[in-house]
Design a protein around this ligand. Structure first.
Ligand SMILES: [Zn+2]
Ligand SMILES: [Zn+2]
Length: 207
């Protein structure tokens, strides 16, 4: 498994292209704005799904462009279908650079806690990690966890947006993420990779 990271758009949101180099299959995790560079690389692979950790505009602003280019279905947590289509909820209405705000088409697939997806020859486990948003998920592939805006290197997601809850986010991290193996590599929605063990020891918001 190979992971390519593309920090995209005004908030440098990490969009990940996760591929199997032998079979040339892959998936995309999160769809930042201005995704041309990601789309170019993704054209070398057969992309089987576009998986959103949550539906804030910086994670889904590029979803229509990517969906059209790679012709793959989109996955989101059921409670965030409405975020994709609602600029107030996906926060794009607060950003002048998004014009009238971003309204995406509904995702083809909805996931919930404990779902096991088999895409591109990978087994992907869906873990609900609400708190930053009510439908935030983290996606576990072997010893790699994609945490969206739940957990960052040395930080955690903001909880002052609609539907956010600090108590809930802390609970999500302790029950869903800190119960994984310490060596599990964390791929956050912004910033650098880290590990579960390191964050358990050093994250100032969680010690
Ligand atoms: Zn967010
Ligand atoms: Zn974000």
């Amino acid at each position: 498994m190979q992971i390519y990271t593309y920090p995209l758009g005004p908030l440098q949101t990490n969009s990940y292209l996760v591929v199997n180099e032998e079979t040339k299959q892959g998936i995309i995790i999160d769809a930042g704005m201005n995704p041309a560079v990601l789309i170019k690389k993704a054209s070398d692979y057969n992309v089987e799904g576009i998986l959103l950790t949550h539906a804030h505009f910086d994670h889904m602003g590029g979803v229509e462009e990517i969906r059209k280019a790679v012709n793959a279905p989109v996955y989101v947590h059921s409670v965030e279908q409405s975020f994709i289509q609602n600029p107030e909820l996906n926060l794009s209405s607060n950003w002048s650079m998004t014009g009238q705000g971003i309204k995406g088409k509904p995702a083809e697939n909805e996931y919930k806690d404990g779902d096991l997806l088999e895409l591109a020859g990978m087994k992907i486990i869906v873990l609900e990690t609400p708190g930053h948003t009510p439908g935030s998920v983290s996606l576990l592939i072997g010893k790699h966890i994609f945490t969206g805006d739940a957990l960052f290197q040395g930080s955690i997601g903001r909880t002052d947006f609609p539907g956010g809850s600090f108590t809930q986010l802390k609970k999500s991290i302790f029950t869903q993420l800190f119960t994984l193996h310490d060596e599990t590599v964390v791929y956050p929605g912004h910033g650098l990779t880290t590990t579960i063990g390191k964050e358990k020891k050093e994250n100032p918001f969680l010690v």
